[in-house]
Design a protein around this ligand. Sequence first.
Ligand code: UT7
Length: 330
Amino acid sequence: MSPLSTVILGTGSYAPGRILSNAELSQTVDTSDEWIRTRSGIRERRIAAPGEATSDMGVHAARRALADAGLQPADIDLLIVATITPDMPMPATACIIQQKLGVPTNAACFDLNAACTGFLYALDTACAMLGSGRYRHALVIGVEKLSTIVDWKDRTTCVLFGDGAGAVVVGKSPVPGLGLIGTKLGALGDSVDLLCIPGGGSNAPATAASIAAGSHFLKMKGKEVFKLAVRVMDEAARDILEQHHLRADQISLVIPHQANLRIIEAISAYLELPLERFFVNVDRYGNTSAASIPLALDEARRTGRIKSGDLTLLVAFGAGLTYGSALIRW
Ligand code: UT7
């Protein structure tokens, strides 16, 4: 095992240019700007262009993260893509991004599916693999084209999601106590049916009837997910703070999964940490699943919300129901 710290060397993000506002959405589905804003905090979301694949968005975010880190694709020997919307069921989108980006063929490349917690699972996996001493630089990408799995006729889900990408370059530093200082991951497998895509997999392969029934679209029991989300995010945050003998008020900035402003407000109240210490961009992007945290992290860095020495808490939940938290010292 390597005694070096595992640090984030660079961040990058990408959001497609097309903005879909609540007002525009309410012309095609029975909803209103007022309902969406008050129930979720979302004002608009981004939608990928026709022909713009998940891998294309991932490449944009990755290039920015590499530039921020001062590294080249040739420096990457581990590439992990967290996504539930791969370009195709196989091969891994990581391999497609490897080719588009020019990452060397001796790099390990794979996808990881932990839904909205995917980026935290991927980050922890990258850190563990770097810790083995067998890899030098990891590129971890969270990217989603959720517009392709959302049922645009289902007002209970379609108003919530959007497309986007975020990426980080992870490497080693000789400075002790920096970077990823802890993670806590878990899953509640008894809640699989609360949030899932029931059709199209090996359990229920796609048929003309399943497509007509819309079983290849995302289904969600929103109220149940909401309650569990608040509980597991609060627990994941508390557990990691306790594990590292920290108080919530020692956290400079919390970067939560951006699913619903009311969920973020509830976590803020439970942790007794003012909302100003939470990074929020759900209003502009909606829920971008695995892209949500790295997109927010990159915006937080670029807007000066994270400074050297700061302690940042990342916390997420998602289909599975997976959950996770991570502490980063900058
Ligand atoms: O990354 C994980 C992803 N998932 C989440 O984080 C989602 C967690 N859940 C939520 O964010 C919230 O539960 C929602 C935003 C999905 C829904 O908010 P809610 O306050 O739980 O509303 P509700 O589901 O109880 O619906 C209230 C009413 C219903 O009408 P009735 O039965 O009271 O007449 C819905 O039919 O609002 C209706 N409704 C809508 N009305 C206008 C549901 N969706 C819409 C809509 N526009 N888009």
